[in-house]
Design a binder for this molecule. Structure first.
Ligand code: NAD
Length: 264
């Protein structure tokens, strides 16, 4: 099998439905020959995730709430028993109370600050720690981030602060795991209409703004993130670690509104 991910086994965390970024990456990885396992959060999502996993020929579909260490442990024990090793992992998990994804960052509560940081940032370190012993021949870890980590975006608030911490943790993990040949990278996706994004205030406006002002004059697709995901997870990127790779139709390089952008 000449495909770029043939013979590789990976864990995909964060599929909620067929619009999830994790699903875009899973499809692209499976197209390239990868064998996949999936985790889902909560019983309600199981009936969405199981048929999707079936489509890609995956039978390992495990519940996992990253808030609960025993649930994370269980997933990695399952992988250790079934596969004995792991080549890559996709972490596409984030959460914040949607009442705080609007208005001012200044109004963030301590409770939601903690929860947002825990689920959206610490969980990546927590899964990296458990993946490490399974990646004896090296591996690739990938998390999802957003430009709101680097610049202030309306309504992104505490999630922007959590993504900044997540991006810093990518660099620390890259150093800690580099000597065992494990690479750690982030994919900074442009805005996409997913379940998680629906909690962000004025999201439709943000989508339009990005569409009109990105160099490519469009929004990113699941195929865009899938292709870049395969690059970062596969041996195409063996010299790349600690990197945050923008897949945003170029939006992050732009300094101001495009002269030809319509009013929205
Ligand atoms: P999504 O809603 O499809 O995925 C978010 C996932 O997080 C869901 O599967 C949900 O079940 C999971 N999750 C939440 N809390 C969890 C917990 N405690 N334990 C385990 N899983 C939990 O939305 P998405 O947009 O595909 O989000 C995936 C990642 O991409 C997130 O990190 C998000 O911040 C990031 N991202 C999204 C966009 C965008 O515009 N949609 C842009 C850049 C980055």
């Amino acid at each position: 099998d000449p495909r770029i991910m043939a013979g590789k086994r990976g864990l995909i965390m964060g599929v909620a439905n067929d619009r999830s970024i994790a699903w875009g990456i899973a499809k692209a990885a499976a197209d390239q020959g990868a064998e996949l396992a999936f985790t889902y959060m909560g019983e309600a999502l199981e009936k969405r995730v199981r048929p999707l996993a079936d489509q890609l020929g995956s039978s390992m579909v495990e519940p996992c709430d990253v808030n609960d260490d025993s649930s994370v442990d269980r997933v990695f024990s399952r992988i250790a028993e079934t596969w004995g090793s792991l080549d890559f992992l996709v972490h596409a998990i984030a959460y914040s109370d949607k009442d705080e994804l609007k208005g001012k960052y200044l109004d963030t509560s301590r409770d939601n600050f903690r929860r947002t940081m825990d689920i959206s940032c610490y969980s990546f370190t927590s899964v990296a720690k458990r993946a490490a012993p399974l990646m004896k021949d090296g591996g690739s870890l990938l998390t999802l981030t957003y430009y709101g980590a680097e610049r202030v975006m309306p309504h992104y608030n505490v999630m922007g602060v959590a993504k900044a911490a997540l991006e810093a943790s990518i660099r620390y993990l890259a150093v800690d795991m580099g000597d065992q040949g494990v690479r750690v990278n982030g994919l900074s996706a442009g805005p996409m209409k997913t379940l998680a994004a629906s909690g962000i205030g004025d999201f439709r406006y943000i989508l339009k703004w990005n569409q009109f002002n990105s160099p490519l004059r469009r929004n990113v697709t699941l195929e865009d993130v899938g292709g870049a995901g395969v690059y970062l997870l596969s041996d195409l990127s063996t010299g790349v670690t600690g990197e945050v790779h923008h897949v945003d139709c170029g939006y992050n390089i732009v300094g101001m509104k495009a002269v030809d952008a319509p009013d929205i």
